[in-house]
Design a protein around this ligand. Sequence first.
Ligand code: ATP
Length: 308
Amino acid sequence: MKKTEKIFAVETTSLTKQYKDKAAVKQLNLKVQEGEIYGFIGRNGAGKSTTLKMISGLIAPTEGEIKLFGKPVSDPIIRRRIGVLIESTGFYPNMTAKQNIIMKAKLMGLADYSSIEHVLQLTGLANTGKKQIKHFSMGMKQRLGVALALLGNPDLLILDEPINGLDPEGIRELRQLILQLHEEGKTILLSSHILGELSKISTNYGIIKDGELIEQITKEALEEKCMSYFQIEVHDIHHALVLIQETFPKVQTEVFDKQTIRIYGISEGSELNQLLISHQIPVYSSGFHHIDLEEYFLERMEGKQKNV
Ligand code: ATP
């Protein structure tokens, strides 16, 4: 019997976007499973918006394939299953939140307007009454953007930098909204360069650097990678590494730079220090550390890799 292929909410194969001599996105194989909150991380200009625009069908790839729920992105039925917030423009500034939503519902050809009140409630905009969009705060505009994306009750939400420009209160409200939508069963793909915030909600991460997806990792695997480690700075790194690996075959080691080794999976460092000193390997410094997500991300951006 033929093995059934796994169906992803989003699956790109060799996705590439070339702008004249600039490759904005290179050979991206991105996979988002249903029910995930996928945090797409990268510095400014790394290629996040370009990727999300291609996945949303707003711009055409130069090369590669995009499947949403197993179907090509060009499929109009599939397009109805996605809601997109990319750059919160396209509002009618002299209209109210509700009028903007009705306008979009009409443009989408939605027959059932019952979801209008629902999305207003959900995004906390139900009490904005006659207030025109031009008088909205940045946070309210972002929530309106999410409300528009939610019209038609999509299964997949694509949000590009939704927390950009928000104050702490706006960020907290949006975070709660995203978590609530996730609980309702929606798959969420969102980008940000604000790592601390992404780490509060994401179940999975994709790291993009210079147009390349350099890592996809689950929250659990990331937590494991960011566990405590014992770091030593030594004079003779090769000798030290061999000695540690022979003496403690179960621990993981990582050569961090030409003098520094990180050792994972030990709870106590004095035995290791003594081992090195007894073999005449000078130890310049040693101690326990813990990587936070931001540090991990920055290290990945600089191209350092853990080699176990
Ligand atoms: P930011 O958060 O700053 O928008 P990003 O990760 O979303 O960053 P992109 O906007 O996708 O990055 O841009 C990736 C690269 O492609 C950048 O170098 C950008 O200058 C370039 N780029 C994006 N759009 C175009 C375009 N229409 N024409 C030419 N180059 C472009």
